[in-house]
Design a protein around this ligand. Structure first.
Ligand code: GAL
Length: 491
């Protein structure tokens, strides 16, 4: 068995293709309820903000597409299970549709059909020796809660706590890996600041901060509930999935750009990770920048809300592992926005560009392919957050539609990324315990609809049977999983 280099000298000759991943490495793929399930109003499911957003006429989603049917996983779970088995996944990460379980978002009414659906999924995964990692909320807030202010309101914090408790009680005898919220940054920034994603709220300079504030409180409340009521009996782990780009200064020797690059990560990853993993409060750089700029703009106090001392105590230390979603990197340039209208971008005083030499995934103009950025980000998390256990809960590359089944170029991106993870593990000594490809299937890629294909399996959305067919990447990924290393065992 190929091992890690044991001395520094060995690193010179060390080839990640000769190294094995650690024993019991979690090999996964991820999905999210709204993106795959369909059955948007089946069997008593209540509407979510994404149902409302896609049904409202307009040009917010590619060709006005919706997730009404998507991959129809609500009806075709057995087909998804076949894909999972074909890959040989050890782990499958999926999300629960909050409004399928609790149609109005509260435990006042429980939709048993929804409970049955997820019970069947969980049981069949376990029967096939696949460990479920379950996300409670992946962008699809129940519409009834949005009608009461959504994440801008403490009503949603309380409803989330009760929903989490209900899920731990109902599924926690079998689910041992929980993610409370997927990418609160994206929800805050695109859902409540820019309004380009559901619920489409445009409140620049305040909406993101307020919604993030409540999501952090909701996450912490769910973790505390697990810790007090379930951990002893169920023995599971609870975290939150945070996304981040890697950031490099545009001009490496410019101190201004160096600081701006730090702020790019500070105003995204650290915004959530500092309170949750370190001290219950926002990063100092966010507090000082937002306060100073708010003042210049004539606000009586900072647009960034404050946590009380009691809240800080309840927030710090509320994650049992670090879950990170990584897709891309940016070059960052200092930009003075202080005179402009309030916005999170203005507060950050950083402008992002991509390096023209970086390839771009054909299905997503934002996705510059920078595998080495992941290694840097992992090292950053290790150094900043006390060497936590890390799961990479999403990473992937999209193809545009029509997407060839022979996606050799995309597999090359995956291979390079896996090499960087091996370097992070063996050279940088980062505790990476698992890797989840986004996504198991081609699916509803939010505002890009079905035009952007992230799946390991191709889905033909023109065919009513929605057949799943493996891309070359799926076949290659299955080999890596079987061998627990990049080259096959003979290699
Ligand atoms: C993430 C998100 C996923 C998926 C992916 C690819 O931000 O969690 O749902 O859409 O991006 O864009």
């Amino acid at each position: 068995m190929a091992l890690a280099p044991s001395t520094t000298a060995d690193y010179c000759n060390w080839d990640p293709d000769d190294a094995s991943f650690p024993e019991e490495f979690a090999w996964g793929a991820s999905t999210a309820a709204y993106q795959i399930e369909g059955g948007w109003n089946a069997d008593g499911k209540g509407p979510s903000v994404w149902d409302t957003f896609t049904h409202r006429a307009g040009e917010r989603v590619f060709e006005n597409q919706t997730g009404d049917v998507a991959c129809s996983s609500y009806a075709l779970w057995e087909e998804d299970l076949k894909c999972i088995k074909q890959l040989g996944l050890t782990h499958y990460r999926f999300s629960l549709s909050w409004s399928r379980l609790l149609p109005d978002g509260t435990t006042g009414f429980i939709n048993q059909k929804g409970v049955d659906y997820y019970n069947n999924m969980i049981d069949s995964l376990l029967a096939n020796s696949v460990t479920p990692m379950v996300t409670l909320y992946h962008f699809d807030l129940p519409q009834c809660l949005e009608d009461q202010g959504g994440w801008r309101s403490s009503v949603t914090v309380e409803a989330f706590e009760a929903y989490a408790q209900f899920c731990f009680k109902t599924f926690g005898d079998r689910v041992k890996l929980w993610i409370t919220i997927n990418e609160p940054y994206v929800v805050a920034e695109l859902g409540y600041e820019k309004g380009t994603m559901a619920p489409g709220v445009k409140e620049p300079g305040t909406g993101a901060y307020l919604s993030a504030h409540n999501m952090i409180k909701a996450h912490a409340a769910a973790w505390q509930t697990y810790d007090k009521e379930f951990r002893k009996r169920q023995g599971g782990l609870v975290s939150i999935a945070l996304n981040s780009d890697w950031a490099e200064p545009l001009h490496p020797n410019s101190p201004d750009d160096q600081e701006a690059a730090k702020r790019h990560i500070g105003f995204c990853l650290d915004w959530f990770a500092t309170p949750i993993f370190l001290n219950g409060d926002y990063p100092d750089i966010m507090k000082s920048k937002i306060s100073a700029i708010s003042k210049k703009q004539g606000y009586p106090s900072s647009r960034l809300p404050e946590f009380t001392e009691e809240e800080k105590m309840a927030i710090r230390g509320t994650a049992d592992f670090f879950a990170v979603n990584y897709y891309t990197a940016r070059k960052i340039k200092h930009q003075d926005y202080a005179c402009c209208q309030p916005s999170t971008t203005g507060d950050k005083e950083a402008e992002q560009v991509t390096d023209p030499s970086w390839p771009v995934a054909t299905g997503s103009s934002w996705l510059a392919v920078v595998p080495w950025g992941l290694r840097h980000l992992l090292k950053y998390i290790k150094d900043t957050y006390n060497h936590p256990i890390i799961y990479i809960t999403e990473n992937g590359f999209s193809q545009s539609d029509p997407a060839p089944l022979d996606d050799s170029q995309r597999w090359e991106y995956f291979r390079l990324t896996l090499q960087e993870i091996l370097k992070a593990i063996y050279i940088d000594n980062v505790q990476v315990k698992g890797y989840f490809v986004w996504s198991l299937l081609d699916n509803f890629e939010w505002t890009c609809g079905y035009s952007s294909r992230f799946g390991l399996f191709h889905v033909d959305f023109e065919n009513a049977a929605l057949p799943r067919v493996p891309y070359k990447s799926a076949i290659e990924y299955a080999k890596v999983i079987a061998n627990n290393r990049l080259m096959d065992s003979q290699g």
